[in-house]
Design a protein around this ligand. Structure first.
Ligand SMILES: Nc1ncnc2c1ncn2[C@@H]1O[C@H](COP(=O)(O)OP(=O)(O)OP(=O)(O)O)[C@@H](O)[C@H]1O
Ligand SMILES: [Mg+2]
Length: 256
Protein backbone atom coordinates (compact mmCIF):
# COMPACT_ATOMS: atom_id res chain seq x y z
CA UNK A 1 0.00 0.00 0.00
CA UNK A 2 1.28 3.47 -0.83
CA UNK A 3 0.16 6.89 0.30
CA UNK A 4 -0.78 7.63 -3.30
CA UNK A 5 -3.58 5.09 -2.94
CA UNK A 6 -6.55 7.37 -2.28
CA UNK A 7 -8.28 4.71 -0.20
CA UNK A 8 -5.54 4.84 2.41
CA UNK A 9 -6.71 7.09 5.20
CA UNK A 10 -3.93 6.42 7.68
CA UNK A 11 -0.46 5.24 6.82
CA UNK A 12 1.89 4.82 9.75
CA UNK A 13 5.51 4.15 8.90
CA UNK A 14 8.33 3.27 11.23
CA UNK A 15 6.58 4.66 14.30
CA UNK A 16 8.74 4.75 17.40
CA UNK A 17 7.65 5.88 20.85
CA UNK A 18 10.03 6.33 23.75
CA UNK A 19 9.30 7.07 27.38
CA UNK A 20 12.60 8.35 28.73
CA UNK A 21 15.08 5.66 27.84
CA UNK A 22 12.41 2.97 27.36
CA UNK A 23 11.40 1.97 23.85
CA UNK A 24 7.68 1.24 23.94
CA UNK A 25 7.13 1.19 20.16
CA UNK A 26 10.03 0.08 18.01
CA UNK A 27 9.13 0.73 14.39
CA UNK A 28 5.47 0.03 13.65
CA UNK A 29 3.96 0.15 10.15
CA UNK A 30 0.17 0.16 9.98
CA UNK A 31 -2.35 1.13 7.33
CA UNK A 32 -6.04 1.91 7.54
CA UNK A 33 -8.20 2.26 4.46
CA UNK A 34 -11.37 4.29 4.38
CA UNK A 35 -14.31 2.24 5.59
CA UNK A 36 -12.25 -0.43 7.31
CA UNK A 37 -12.60 -1.71 10.84
CA UNK A 38 -9.10 -2.54 12.03
CA UNK A 39 -8.37 -4.52 15.19
CA UNK A 40 -5.15 -4.06 17.13
CA UNK A 41 -4.50 -6.87 19.57
CA UNK A 42 -1.59 -7.97 21.73
CA UNK A 43 -0.54 -8.81 25.24
CA UNK A 44 -0.46 -6.40 28.17
CA UNK A 45 2.35 -3.93 27.79
CA UNK A 46 2.86 -4.79 24.10
CA UNK A 47 2.59 -1.14 23.06
CA UNK A 48 -0.96 -0.96 21.66
CA UNK A 49 -1.99 2.12 23.63
CA UNK A 50 1.31 3.80 22.82
CA UNK A 51 0.74 3.22 19.10
CA UNK A 52 -2.66 4.91 19.10
CA UNK A 53 -1.51 7.66 21.42
CA UNK A 54 1.30 8.28 18.96
CA UNK A 55 -1.13 8.32 16.03
CA UNK A 56 -3.52 10.68 17.81
CA UNK A 57 -0.80 13.08 18.93
CA UNK A 58 -1.13 12.49 22.67
CA UNK A 59 2.49 11.44 22.68
CA UNK A 60 5.01 12.78 20.26
CA UNK A 61 6.63 10.04 18.19
CA UNK A 62 10.36 9.62 18.66
CA UNK A 63 10.55 8.69 14.98
CA UNK A 64 8.34 7.73 12.08
CA UNK A 65 5.61 9.12 9.89
CA UNK A 66 1.86 9.30 10.53
CA UNK A 67 0.22 10.06 7.19
CA UNK A 68 -3.42 11.03 7.64
CA UNK A 69 -5.47 12.15 4.65
CA UNK A 70 -2.20 12.51 2.77
CA UNK A 71 -0.52 14.75 5.36
CA UNK A 72 2.34 13.65 7.60
CA UNK A 73 0.87 14.52 11.00
CA UNK A 74 3.68 13.03 13.11
CA UNK A 75 4.64 16.41 14.58
CA UNK A 76 1.10 17.72 15.11
CA UNK A 77 -0.60 17.89 18.49
CA UNK A 78 -3.76 16.08 19.50
CA UNK A 79 -6.00 19.15 19.20
CA UNK A 80 -5.03 19.69 15.57
CA UNK A 81 -5.57 16.03 14.80
CA UNK A 82 -9.09 16.14 16.26
CA UNK A 83 -9.77 19.05 13.92
CA UNK A 84 -8.46 16.98 11.03
CA UNK A 85 -10.87 14.20 11.89
CA UNK A 86 -9.21 11.82 14.34
CA UNK A 87 -11.03 10.87 17.52
CA UNK A 88 -9.60 8.71 20.30
CA UNK A 89 -11.70 7.13 23.00
CA UNK A 90 -8.96 6.48 25.52
CA UNK A 91 -8.37 3.45 27.69
CA UNK A 92 -10.53 3.85 30.80
CA UNK A 93 -12.84 6.20 28.87
CA UNK A 94 -11.89 9.36 30.78
CA UNK A 95 -15.33 10.85 30.91
CA UNK A 96 -15.70 13.79 33.29
CA UNK A 97 -17.49 12.03 36.12
CA UNK A 98 -18.49 15.18 38.03
CA UNK A 99 -19.88 16.92 34.99
CA UNK A 100 -23.27 16.27 33.47
CA UNK A 101 -23.87 13.97 30.54
CA UNK A 102 -24.70 17.09 28.51
CA UNK A 103 -21.40 18.79 29.37
CA UNK A 104 -19.50 15.66 28.41
CA UNK A 105 -21.25 15.59 25.03
CA UNK A 106 -20.56 19.27 24.41
CA UNK A 107 -16.87 18.62 25.09
CA UNK A 108 -16.94 16.01 22.32
CA UNK A 109 -18.08 18.64 19.89
CA UNK A 110 -15.78 21.40 21.15
CA UNK A 111 -13.94 21.85 17.88
CA UNK A 112 -17.26 22.52 16.14
CA UNK A 113 -19.30 24.22 18.87
CA UNK A 114 -18.81 27.81 17.74
CA UNK A 115 -18.97 27.30 14.00
CA UNK A 116 -21.58 24.59 13.61
CA UNK A 117 -23.76 24.66 16.69
CA UNK A 118 -27.04 23.92 14.95
CA UNK A 119 -25.52 20.93 13.13
CA UNK A 120 -24.13 19.70 16.44
CA UNK A 121 -27.53 20.01 18.10
CA UNK A 122 -29.14 17.84 15.43
CA UNK A 123 -26.35 15.31 15.91
CA UNK A 124 -27.20 15.26 19.61
CA UNK A 125 -30.59 13.98 18.47
CA UNK A 126 -28.88 11.27 16.44
CA UNK A 127 -26.92 10.27 19.54
CA UNK A 128 -30.15 10.09 21.54
CA UNK A 129 -31.57 7.74 18.91
CA UNK A 130 -28.49 5.58 19.20
CA UNK A 131 -28.39 5.76 23.01
CA UNK A 132 -31.85 6.74 24.34
CA UNK A 133 -30.71 6.64 27.98
CA UNK A 134 -28.43 9.63 27.34
CA UNK A 135 -31.43 11.86 26.80
CA UNK A 136 -33.11 10.70 29.97
CA UNK A 137 -29.95 11.27 31.97
CA UNK A 138 -28.72 14.40 30.23
CA UNK A 139 -28.50 16.52 33.36
CA UNK A 140 -27.22 13.86 35.71
CA UNK A 141 -23.61 13.41 36.73
CA UNK A 142 -21.87 11.27 34.13
CA UNK A 143 -20.20 9.38 36.98
CA UNK A 144 -23.59 8.18 38.24
CA UNK A 145 -24.00 5.92 35.22
CA UNK A 146 -22.93 2.28 34.90
CA UNK A 147 -19.64 1.35 33.25
CA UNK A 148 -21.42 0.32 30.06
CA UNK A 149 -23.37 3.56 29.92
CA UNK A 150 -20.19 5.54 30.48
CA UNK A 151 -18.53 3.71 27.59
CA UNK A 152 -21.54 4.56 25.40
CA UNK A 153 -21.26 8.19 26.50
CA UNK A 154 -17.57 8.11 25.58
CA UNK A 155 -18.47 6.72 22.14
CA UNK A 156 -21.18 9.35 21.65
CA UNK A 157 -18.72 12.05 22.68
CA UNK A 158 -16.18 10.70 20.20
CA UNK A 159 -18.74 10.59 17.39
CA UNK A 160 -19.75 14.20 18.03
CA UNK A 161 -16.36 15.37 16.80
CA UNK A 162 -17.51 13.89 13.43
CA UNK A 163 -14.40 11.78 13.16
CA UNK A 164 -13.17 10.44 9.86
CA UNK A 165 -11.18 7.95 11.93
CA UNK A 166 -12.55 6.71 15.26
CA UNK A 167 -10.00 5.00 17.49
CA UNK A 168 -11.07 3.14 20.61
CA UNK A 169 -8.67 1.81 23.23
CA UNK A 170 -10.09 -1.19 25.12
CA UNK A 171 -13.77 -1.02 24.36
CA UNK A 172 -14.60 -3.94 26.64
CA UNK A 173 -12.57 -2.98 29.67
CA UNK A 174 -14.48 -3.72 32.86
CA UNK A 175 -17.79 -4.38 31.16
CA UNK A 176 -20.13 -7.36 31.47
CA UNK A 177 -20.15 -9.79 28.51
CA UNK A 178 -23.65 -8.80 27.47
CA UNK A 179 -22.70 -5.12 27.29
CA UNK A 180 -19.53 -5.99 25.38
CA UNK A 181 -21.66 -7.85 22.81
CA UNK A 182 -23.92 -4.79 22.46
CA UNK A 183 -20.97 -2.46 21.98
CA UNK A 184 -19.33 -4.76 19.43
CA UNK A 185 -22.60 -4.83 17.48
CA UNK A 186 -22.77 -1.05 17.71
CA UNK A 187 -19.26 -0.71 16.25
CA UNK A 188 -20.09 -3.13 13.48
CA UNK A 189 -23.21 -1.10 12.63
CA UNK A 190 -21.31 2.20 12.69
CA UNK A 191 -18.72 0.64 10.40
CA UNK A 192 -21.43 -0.69 8.08
CA UNK A 193 -22.62 2.91 7.73
CA UNK A 194 -19.14 3.92 6.63
CA UNK A 195 -17.32 4.87 9.83
CA UNK A 196 -13.63 3.94 9.71
CA UNK A 197 -12.60 2.44 13.06
CA UNK A 198 -9.42 1.27 14.78
CA UNK A 199 -10.23 -0.89 17.79
CA UNK A 200 -7.54 -1.77 20.32
CA UNK A 201 -8.96 -4.64 22.28
CA UNK A 202 -7.93 -7.11 24.92
CA UNK A 203 -10.71 -9.50 23.95
CA UNK A 204 -9.03 -10.59 20.75
CA UNK A 205 -11.73 -13.00 19.65
CA UNK A 206 -14.43 -10.31 19.86
CA UNK A 207 -12.31 -7.79 18.00
CA UNK A 208 -11.33 -10.26 15.28
CA UNK A 209 -14.97 -11.26 14.85
CA UNK A 210 -16.03 -7.74 13.82
CA UNK A 211 -12.82 -6.51 12.14
CA UNK A 212 -11.80 -6.66 8.49
CA UNK A 213 -8.09 -6.65 9.14
CA UNK A 214 -5.94 -6.96 12.25
CA UNK A 215 -2.51 -6.21 13.64
CA UNK A 216 -0.91 -8.21 16.42
CA UNK A 217 1.50 -6.07 18.43
CA UNK A 218 4.19 -7.64 20.58
CA UNK A 219 7.16 -5.99 22.28
CA UNK A 220 6.56 -2.73 20.44
CA UNK A 221 6.48 -4.28 16.97
CA UNK A 222 3.95 -5.69 14.56
CA UNK A 223 4.29 -9.44 14.98
CA UNK A 224 1.56 -10.42 12.54
CA UNK A 225 -1.00 -8.71 10.39
CA UNK A 226 -3.64 -9.92 8.03
CA UNK A 227 -7.27 -10.58 7.32
CA UNK A 228 -9.06 -10.72 10.69
CA UNK A 229 -10.94 -13.95 10.03
CA UNK A 230 -7.76 -15.65 8.85
CA UNK A 231 -5.85 -14.46 11.90
CA UNK A 232 -8.65 -15.67 14.17
CA UNK A 233 -8.10 -19.19 12.81
CA UNK A 234 -4.31 -19.07 12.95
CA UNK A 235 -2.85 -21.43 15.57
CA UNK A 236 -0.34 -18.77 16.60
CA UNK A 237 -3.04 -16.24 17.43
CA UNK A 238 -5.34 -18.81 18.97
CA UNK A 239 -2.65 -20.00 21.31
CA UNK A 240 -1.44 -16.55 22.24
CA UNK A 241 -4.72 -14.69 22.65
CA UNK A 242 -7.96 -16.49 22.15
CA UNK A 243 -9.50 -17.71 25.35
CA UNK A 244 -6.93 -15.73 27.25
CA UNK A 245 -7.97 -14.31 30.59
CA UNK A 246 -9.20 -10.73 30.58
CA UNK A 247 -7.22 -8.01 32.21
CA UNK A 248 -8.75 -7.12 35.57
CA UNK A 249 -10.61 -3.86 35.83
CA UNK A 250 -9.11 -2.75 39.10
CA UNK A 251 -5.65 -2.32 37.64
CA UNK A 252 -6.85 0.12 35.02
CA UNK A 253 -10.03 1.77 36.16
CA UNK A 254 -10.72 1.74 39.84
CA UNK A 255 -14.03 3.57 39.45
CA UNK A 256 -15.88 0.90 37.55
N1 LIG B 1 3.80 7.06 30.34
C1 LIG B 1 4.65 6.03 30.33
N2 LIG B 1 5.88 6.14 30.88
C2 LIG B 1 6.75 5.11 30.85
N3 LIG B 1 6.49 3.92 30.31
C3 LIG B 1 5.28 3.73 29.77
C4 LIG B 1 4.29 4.77 29.75
N4 LIG B 1 3.18 4.30 29.15
C5 LIG B 1 3.46 3.03 28.80
N5 LIG B 1 4.72 2.69 29.17
C6 LIG B 1 5.38 1.41 28.92
O1 LIG B 1 5.39 1.19 27.51
C7 LIG B 1 5.12 -0.16 27.20
C8 LIG B 1 3.89 -0.25 26.32
O2 LIG B 1 2.75 0.16 27.08
P1 LIG B 1 1.31 0.35 26.44
O3 LIG B 1 0.45 0.92 27.49
O4 LIG B 1 1.45 1.04 25.17
O5 LIG B 1 0.91 -1.17 26.16
P2 LIG B 1 -0.50 -1.83 25.88
O6 LIG B 1 -0.27 -2.84 24.82
O7 LIG B 1 -1.52 -0.81 25.64
O8 LIG B 1 -0.81 -2.58 27.25
P3 LIG B 1 -2.21 -2.92 27.99
O9 LIG B 1 -2.73 -4.15 27.31
O10 LIG B 1 -1.80 -3.20 29.39
O11 LIG B 1 -3.11 -1.75 27.84
C9 LIG B 1 4.97 -0.88 28.54
O12 LIG B 1 6.19 -1.44 28.86
C10 LIG B 1 4.62 0.24 29.48
O13 LIG B 1 5.02 -0.07 30.78
MG1 LIG C 1 -3.29 -0.33 26.56
Amino acid sequence: MKTTDTDVLLDVRGLKIRYGAADAVRGVDLQVRRGQLIAVIGNNGAGKTSVIRGISGLVRPHAGEVWFKGVNTAALGAHRKVEMGMALIPEGRLIFADQSVYDNLVLGAYTRWNRERSAVMSEFDEMFELFPFLKERLHQRAGSMSGGEQQMLAIARGLLSKPILLMIDELSLGLAPKIVEQLMTLLRNLNAKGQTIVLVEQLASHALAIADYAYVIGHGKVELHGDAKTLARSPEVMEAFLGKKRKTVETKNGEM
